[in-house]
Write a protein that binds this ligand. Sequence first.
Ligand SMILES: Nc1nc2c(ncn2[C@@H]2O[C@H](COP(=O)(O)OP(=O)(O)OP(=O)(O)O)[C@@H](O)[C@H]2O)c(=O)[nH]1
Ligand SMILES: [Mg+2]
Length: 230
Amino acid sequence: MAATTQPDYDKPGDKGEERVKVICLGDSAVGKSKLVERFLMDGYKPQQLSTYALTLFNHKEQIDGKPVSVDFWDTAGQERFNSMHPSYYHQAHCCILVFDCTRKITYKNLPEWLRDLRQYRPEIPCLCVANKIDEDMDMTKKTFAFAKKNNMPFYYVSAADGTNVVRLFRDAIRAAVAYKNNSTDFMDEIMKELENFKLDPIPSRTKAKKVEDTANGDNDVSHEANLIIS
Ligand SMILES: Nc1nc2c(ncn2[C@@H]2O[C@H](COP(=O)(O)OP(=O)(O)OP(=O)(O)O)[C@@H](O)[C@H]2O)c(=O)[nH]1
Ligand SMILES: [Mg+2]
């Protein structure tokens, strides 16, 4: 489905639900699209062409018993070279900032992404993500100072095996809703939770993820659209 106008996130959805917008940022091929795919479809196909434009995925979720309609916006990392269209940032309530822990340059570029984001959305919560930990579990022993320095929650994840993906996206949605409702202490809560959070070894982790997803059974994609912005 193609659309030419942006949804208005200040207005409630068709059924009166809260609407939030979550954007993904980071270099090309860090796994932005695969992370969204893993969360929404609980699927992962190794190959995929670069995202060619903007894709918008809608997802319904219950937060504290209230229905929330979330739009995940996904764009291609290489757009940074032509500078990102301001509409991408417009009305965003939360950002997932991704790097590939097997490619140092993608980590080094994070400050630039953050600078771009802050130009348009100075206050929104931003979650920092090291993706592809399945390729090298030793990466989880490394400290990546960028997140701490910028006071961001930090997640080791893998779109390939699902590690931590549900947790990341749930936190992103909760942070987006909290931001929209002017609740300021939510990020501190996430930071505290993450301090006490340990990764399990791979086999049980993958199993646990499956059980969690089945139990919740709410990862349905009700809407996907390519948004063309002129
Ligand atoms: N091993 C491994 N490979 C991954 C993971 N996530 C993504 N990939 C691979 O990395 C490549 C790029 O993934 P995408 O999701 O298309 O990356 P992107 O950030 O959306 O890239 P652009 O759309 O170009 O900005 C694909 O070949 C994926 O299969 C992961 O967690 N582990
Ligand atoms: Mg993509």
